[in-house]
Design a protein around this ligand. Structure first.
Ligand SMILES: Cc1cc2nc3c(=O)[nH]c(=O)nc-3n(C[C@H](O)[C@H](O)[C@H](O)COP(=O)(O)O)c2cc1C
Length: 189
């Protein structure tokens, strides 16, 4: 099998907490972002952007998530609030893929959203190609306005994913994949 296909065929997610440091270098992060931004984009609108969380910035972003959690659940136990503050500390690097999809005279918003999904997938694959593991997750704070405001998202922006990246513990155990005959048909008129 050609190397590129082997790479695609062996990708699988790791749990965020399994991804260890050291984090990708600044040059590797540039590579990740360059690959992630090389995706189909109808109308060349660049309907996505990235937010990089690394080092201590993961802690301050976590504090914003914890504050949003406290605002949502004022009676929550302090241990729980503290745990929410550690959300982005599970992996040494987290890159948020932000959809900037908006109504457009020609390009359907749906296609702009799909382009953000493609960017997130390319980011995951680029991490895999560099020898890192990745986990594309959203979790509750991707849908919480207070958390999104604190992370700097404009009102029309949405989180496509918080892609967690780090060194994997070893080769992953695969999960069953859908059989092709259950998901693909040949159109026969
Ligand atoms: C948009 C999106 C959001 C996701 N959010 C979560 C999440 O919040 N928590 C989670 O456990 N998995 C989430 N997943 C699923 C994982 O990324 C992953 O696909 C899953 O663990 C299966 O692993 P695999 O990639 O090896 O098939 C999400 C996937 C997508 C596409």
């Amino acid at each position: 099998m050609p190397d590129a296909l082997k790479l695609l065929a062996t990708r699988r997610s790791f749990k965020a907490g399994e991804l260890a440091g050291p984090a990708p270098s600044a040059a590797e992060i540039d590579t990740l972002l360059t690959i992630a931004s090389r995706v189909p984009d109808h109308g060349k609108l660049t309907p996505w952007r990235f937010i990089v969380f690394e080092g201590e910035a993961r802690r301050s972003a976590g504090a914003a998530i914890a504050a949003a959690f406290r605002a949502k659940y004022p009676d929550a136990k302090s241990e729980h609030v503290e745990a929410e503050g550690a959300r982005l500390l599970r992996a040494p690097l987290v890159i948020a893929v932000v959809s900037r999809a908006a109504p457009h005279v020609k390009i359907p918003e749906w296609e702009q959203v799909l382009s953000a999904g493609a960017a997130a997938m390319s980011l995951v694959l680029a991490a895999h190609a560099l020898g890192y593991g990745a986990n594309w997750i959203t979790e509750w704070y991707a849908y919480d306005r207070g958390a999104l405001d604190a992370l700097g998202l404009a009102p029309h922006e949405r989180i496509a994913g918080f892609v967690h990246i780090g060194r994997p513990p070893g080769p992953p155990e695969d999960r069953p994949r859908p059989p092709l005959d259950a998901i693909a048909t040949r159109f026969s008129g």
